[in-house]
Every structure is written in C-alpha cells, then in structure tokens.
Design a binder for this molecule. Structure first.
Ligand SMILES: Nc1ncnc2c1ncn2[C@@H]1O[C@H](COP(=O)(O)OP(=O)(O)OP(=O)(O)O)[C@@H](O)[C@H]1O
Ligand SMILES: [Mg+2]
Length: 264
C-alpha cells in the first residue's frame, strides 16, 4: 500500500476543514493508502516571536534561527500545533501519534548553512519508529525539529523534513498549502502550472515568479524525484475535493515531474 506523506503548511493549518482529516482517516481505514503527516507552522511561529519580541529574518524562504527563535519554534511546532493536528485526527475518528524529529532521534540533523544559525537538514530518518506507528493503525504526525548526536536541536524547514521522510519511506509526497499550486500572474489572469520540470522551476525562480516559501517547496519536490520517489505535488488544502482527487490518482494542483515525463 502506498505511503503518502502529506506536508501541511503552517499557512493552511487553521483553515483546514474537518473533511480533510475525515478523508485521511477514511483512506487509512479502507487500506487505500498510509498517510503520514509532517507539518509546518510559519504564521504561528511568527505570531509567537512577535508576542515575545524575538526578531527573525528569512533567507530564500528559510527562517534564520537563533537560540531564542529555536526555543519559540519548538514550543509552537512540537507543542500546540502538533497536538492540535492529533486532536483533529481523533475528532475525525482516527488515531494520531504526535512525534517531533527529536523523539527517538526520528530526524537526525546537521546544520544546513552557518549563515542560518540553528537551521538543520536531515541526515537520517528513524524508519523503524515510523513503521511501528503506521502498523499500530495510527497516523504519525511529525513536527520538524531535529537533533544531532550532541543533543543540539535544529529547526528544519517542514518542506525539507517532509521530503526526507518521503524518501526514507519511499512514499509519495503531497504539499498541502494555501495556494492551488505554482501560479503565475498573466494578463489573462492567474495561471496554475499543472506540471513543472527542473529546468522550468529554475527559470521561474530566476525570473521571480517562484519566491519565498515556494522555493524550498519546489526544491524539496525535486529532491524526492531525484531520490526515485514517483511523485511530488502541490495542492490547495482549502479545497478538500483536490485532496480526494489526488488520492484517487486524478491530476490536480502542480505536479513536479522528470523532464522526460513532460515531453511524452
Ligand atoms: N509562484 C508561486 N505560486 C504560488 N505561491 C507562491 C509562488 N511564489 C511564492 N509563493 C508563496 O508561497 C507560499 C507558500 O509557502 P509558505 O512557506 O508560505 O507556506 P507553507 O509552506 O504551506 O507553510 P509553512 O512554511 O508554514 O509550512 C504561498 O502562500 C505564496 O505566498
Ligand atoms: Mg513553507
């Protein structure tokens, strides 16, 4: 049975309808796929940082993470948001088990770039633990805080964490965000790309069509394809029908595909 890693954007969490979680619980109960959730928390982290007067900046869509920022990000991600998603799954009749990348060294991490502070990239994923949760008929709900061998914790961009988990589990990857896919404003209106390849993504970043938080998302999508995962798609969580369509195998949102697939 296919594992599908659903990355829930922080931008969408508060807006996700109950039907989204009901759909995930149902597909698991019907053995259609095994959902795994990885979540972000951008807006909630920003709100908490403002409340505590902690300054933060972004470089290419990644939050520069000082020790203070890390502390707040962990509280928000592994605390209230993670448990809210677990609660939503259980309200929908399923069982959710919340874990951060710290628990059982689920996500071992190394620094991504010294300019970004405690921002990490995943070096390994504890698959055994995830499979244990999946096989207990529960949906794992993972917050993207990782840990290194010295016990230092890191903030991981949730798109990158989701990609590492999809690669480790050989699962598909669906980014659930607050936009219908990768869009471009044209004179005729806003256009959603149904498919994107690496070269087109590079071009759209260069000309400034893909910016901010969409950059780590498309790059993470490309990394899973390069690792041999069959697909990565960007979907709008505000339209639950899109999620159902996707699970049924219908084209929806923006699919990131290999160059050759584009031309057949
Ligand atoms: N070409 C584009 N098409 C669509 N959205 C784009 C594009 N370029 C930039 N974006 C921005 O990317 C955002 C989605 O990324 P963002 O990081 O904000 O959300 P997320 O990843 O879903 O949430 P989080 O980072 O909290 O997990 C959109 O809301 C939009 O503002
Ligand atoms: Mg993001």
């Amino acid at each position: 049975m296919d594992i599908i890693v659903f990355k829930l954007g922080g931008s969408i969490l508060a807006k996700l309808p109950n039907s989204f979680f009901e759909t995930l619980v149902k597909v698991k109960q019907d053995y259609k796929c095994q959902p795994v959730i990885v979540h972000g928390g951008g807006p909630e982290i920003t709100e908490a940082l403002n409340k505590w007067n902690v300054k933060s900046t972004f470089v290419n869509g990644l939050r520069v993470t000082t020790a203070d920022v890390l502390h707040v990000a962990e509280m928000v991600l592994s605390g209230s948001l993670n448990k809210q998603i677990v609660a939503n799954i259980q309200r929908a009749g399923g069982s959710g088990i919340g874990l951060s990348g710290v628990d059982g060294s689920l996500l071992t991490t190394k620094p991504l770039d010294s300019k970004l502070g405690f921002v990490g990239e995943v070096s390994s994923v504890n698959n055994n633990m995830l499979n244990m949760v999946i096989n207990q008929d529960s949906i794992p709900v993972i917050s993207p805080i990782g840990i290194d061998a010295d016990g230092q914790k890191y903030n991981i961009n949730a798109d990158m964490a989701a990609a590492a988990i999809a690669i480790a589990l050989k699962g598909k990857l669906a980014f659930i965000s607050d936009v219908p896919g990768v869009m471009e404003e044209k004179s005729s209106g806003s256009y959603v790309y149904p498919e994107l390849t690496k070269s087109k993504i590079k071009e759209l970043i260069q000309i400034g069509v893909i910016t901010g938080g969409m950059i780590p998302k498309v790059q993470s999508a490309l990394s899973v394809l390069e690792a041999g995962v069959s697909e990565a798609v960007i979907l709008n969580g505000c339209q639950p029908a899109d999620v159902t369509q996707y699970i049924q195998g219908n084209p929806v949102g923006t699919k990131v595909v290999h160059e050759e697939a584009y031309y057949v």
